[in-house]
Design a protein around this ligand. Structure first.
Ligand SMILES: [Zn+2]
Ligand SMILES: [Zn+2]
Ligand SMILES: [Zn+2]
Ligand SMILES: [Zn+2]
Ligand SMILES: [Zn+2]
Length: 254
């Protein structure tokens, strides 16, 4: 009744990344090899790739790069020659932080009346990719800078000037027209003349003569009866008495 065999595997040919190996079993206790003729197969290990990629061509903004990963298994101190090609994806343009205005260049300043052009240049070295966009025109910023008041006969104007570009324009103010509100002379009516009132403009020396209306004429005679010797009688007073005739005569003398 000896001890029981206690088998353990021992390598005959080590498996490699790609080739099968073989192993047998021996007993710990007696060193006997189990089934002398029978070797057991050990499956290939498969490659064990490094995580790091060896870069052969760096990717650019617009083109993929490439490189490879090496198998890291060692056989008798030398590395498995297997490599696997790797494509390194293109990285796209780097236009910077779109909200950081320091990365924005100005190709053409916008003015009041013309759009400008802004741009972003790709920040990667050797790339001349550029994006342009419109900077909207600002429009004028007009402020009133001068007023020439209108007169009775001349139009005035307000002058507006753009505080950005200095462009000016005038907006006319209608002339006022005369204001004949000052009565400066009244010419008494006579039998043969109508009489008139002369008015002066309140703003300028211009005057205007307006003949008395029939009604005004009548009123004038009524309120100046004490001077009737010098003044013509109205038709209303004619049929009064014989004196009327004298009055009439006076009128003709006048
Ligand atoms: Zn044994
Ligand atoms: Zn390998
Ligand atoms: Zn680029
Ligand atoms: Zn302007
Ligand atoms: Zn006037």
């Amino acid at each position: 009744m000896g001890l029981k065999h206690d088998w353990y595997p021992f390598t005959i040919f080590p498996a490699t990344c790609t080739f099968w190996g073989s192993f047998g079993m021996k007993c710990y206790n007696c060193g006997v090899r189990k089934g002398d003729e029978i070797d057991l197969d050990a499956p290939p290990l498969g490659h064990d790739l490094e995580y790091e990629v060896v870069v052969e061509k760096e990717p650019t903004c617009t083109e993929n790069g490439y490189g490879y990963r090496q198998c890291k298994r060692l056989y008798n101190g030398s590395r498995c020659p297997y490599t696997e090609e790797v494509t390194i994806a293109k990285i796209g343009h780097d236009l910077g932080d779109l909200f950081d205005l320091r990365d924005t260049g100005v190709e053409k300043q916008a003015t009041c009346t013309e759009d400008g052009v802004a741009y972003r240049q790709c920040k990667r070295e050797g790339c001349d990719y550029k994006v342009n966009w419109i900077i909207p025109k600002t429009g004028h910023n007009y402020e009133k800078v001068k007023t020439v008041e209108p007169t009775c006969t001349k139009v005035g104007y307000n002058q507006y000037k753009c505080s950005i570009c200095g462009h000016t324009y005038n907006k006319s103010i209608s002339k006022l027209g005369h204001d004949f509100s000052e009565l400066i002379e009244t010419k008494a009516p006579t039998r043969n003349t109508t009489g008139y009132k002369k008015y002066k403009c309140s703003r300028c020396p211009e005057t205007k003569i307006i003949g008395l209306t029939a009604e005004e004429k009548l009123d004038y005679f009524k309120t100046n009866e004490d001077k009737q010797e010098q003044l013509p009688k109205t038709t209303k007073k004619e049929p009064l008495n014989s004196k009327a005739k004298d009055n009439k005569t006076n009128i003709f003398i006048n």
